[in-house]
Design a protein around this ligand. Structure first.
Ligand code: HEM
Length: 447
């Protein structure tokens, strides 16, 4: 039974502990199963045979009647169609291309540091999530589409608000009756307007890029170029398909990283000894240097462990769904063909069976010598449909976090309850309200 006000992923966790490893869930006329055993995760995620669930991913085609993600890389369920799109996108995530993005990661992270310095008087309280969402939006705008969005420098830009509205709308769209409720019409209108705004920005961006190419400018090798190349391979070419992928990369490419960084700040603020160790490592690797080099990233091993541990307890994307076309037997339990199968890293990441003392934030779980989690930890999903932006995100996040730790003392404002919500992605409800002070060592940072 669902208890009033209980956070849905925690309901699933309770059921998993009690009824797992295969939990049947009945919601209205639909039956799905939550799988919480490594055997099941391996079977359903690693094999290309099991398509994403078309009912769930198809529902993201539009949001309250406004075309939203359409048939994009993340929502498309047909394997051949997906594979064609993914092959075209891969070069924009190659190692050499990503190394070239270190400039953008550094530039935007440095702008964030300037904004934070203005607030770092030990008294000013602000939402860390809001600042992190702005920096990741500026990064994805520039890195993926060559756009200067200035979300950090311009408080009035409507884009961050539009994304927030869309994510809230996504959550509400699960209620099939919401469209007919008189009290919700304002929310519906604002969500539709936000989707239209983002698609309009995408259209302008695509038109500008095409014009530049027509004027003989060499196309930058970025995500937009690859999206345009992908469209050129389609039998029926349509700007709406291009915009579907613009929306996908824009939304998937910044919300998730911002949430990961905010949760990490929260966890570090709650564990001063871990924060101190992470800062000591950053001091040792970066010293007074402002620019984070690609080579520095692999030296920040403890920070990597902290980031992985943060994704275990607070995965921005808590799970994924498949709909296998054939019957399967998992742990001796028969799962009929065409059942919705739900795999959830939030749930498995918090089970004692897989992680000892699971609610304790302990980066040592991810140290070099610790046993590797075996198909029970998948914040970027696993297998063919895993996150294409995983390395991009982890480079970006490390650059921003390293600079933050290098420059500031972080204090969480007391009295917050750090509740989680699922609004499109998993995020902290109150945004993690912080106060900062410059670190004494940060004054020595090179100009
Ligand atoms: C901390 C940051 C991130 C997390 C935790 C994350 C997580 C995920 C997960 C769990 C999936 C699978 C979704 C599903 O099965 O429905 C996914 C897919 C995807 N992600 Fe990410 N992501 C992150 C950052 C990024 C970034 C930075 C980009 C783009 C630059 C990106 C682009 C995508 C795309 C396009 C897909 C669909 C891939 C496919 O199906 O081929 N993500 N991500």
């Amino acid at each position: 039974m669902v208890r009033k006000q209980e956070f849905t992923p925690d309901v699933l966790l309770r059921w998993a502990e009690k009824y797992g490893p295969v939990v049947r869930i009945n919601a209205f006329h639909r039956i799905s199963v939550l799988i919480v055993c490594p055997e099941g995760v391996k079977e359903f995620l690693m094999s290309p045979q099991h398509p994403k669930d078309p009912t769930v991913y198809g529902s993201l085609f539009s949001l309250f009647g406004e075309r939203f993600l359409g048939n994009s890389l993340v929502t498309v369920c047909n394997h051949e169609h997906w594979h064609k799109q993914r092959r075209v996108m891969d070069p924009a995530f190659s190692r050499s291309y990503l190394i070239g993005l270190m400039e953008t990661f550094n530039e935007k992270a440095e702008e964030l540091m300037e904004k934070l310095e203005e607030k770092a008087d030990g008294k000013t309280e602000f939402s860390m999530l809001s600042m992190m969402s702005r920096v990741t939006m500026d990064v994805i705008g520039k890195a993926a589409f060559g756009l200067e969005l200035n979300a950090l420098s311009d408080d009035q830009t409507p884009l961050p608000n539009a994304v927030t509205k869309i994510m809230q709308g996504l959550n509400k769209a699960r209620d099939p009756f919401i469209r007919f409720m008189p009290g919700k019409q304002k929310m519906l209108k604002e969500t539709r307007e936000s989707v239209r705004l983002l698609r309009r920005v995408g259209k302008q961006c695509i038109d500008q890029r095409r014009e530049a190419i027509q004027n003989g400018k060499e196309a930058t090798m970025d995500i937009l170029t690859q999206i345009l190349k992908g469209d050129a391979l389609e039998e029926t070419r349509d700007d709406e398909n291009i915009l579907d992928n613009f929306m996908t990369f824009f939304v998937a490419g910044h919300e998730t990283s911002a949430n990961q960084m905010t949760f990490t700040v929260m966890a570090l603020g709650q564990h001063p000894e871990i924060l101190e160790r992470a800062q000591a490592e950053v001091d040792e690797v970066l010293g007074a240097k402002r620019h984070v080099d690609y080579e520095d990233l692999s030296k920040l091993t403890f920070l990597s462990q902290v980031l992985k541990e943060s994704l275990r307890l607070y995965p921005p994307v808590s799970g994924t769904l498949r709909r296998p076309e054939k019957e399967h037997v998992i742990n001796g339990i028969r799962i009929p063909a065409n059942t919705t199968v739900f795999l959830n890293t939030y749930v498995m990441g918090r089970m004692e069976k897989f992680f000892k003392d699971p609610l304790t934030f302990d980066p040592e779980r991810f140290s070099k010598d610790a046993p590797k989690p075996y198909y029970c930890y998948f914040p970027f999903s696993l297998g063919p449909r895993s996150c294409i932006g995983q390395v991009f995100a982890q480079m970006e996040v490390k650059v921003v976090m390293a600079k933050l730790l290098q420059r500031f003392e972080i204090q969480l404002v007391p009295g917050q309850n750090f509740q989680l919500i699922e609004a499109g992605t998993l995020k902290p409800l109150d945004g993690v309200i912080c106060k900062l002070k410059p670190r004494s060592s940060a004054r020595r940072c090179q100009p």
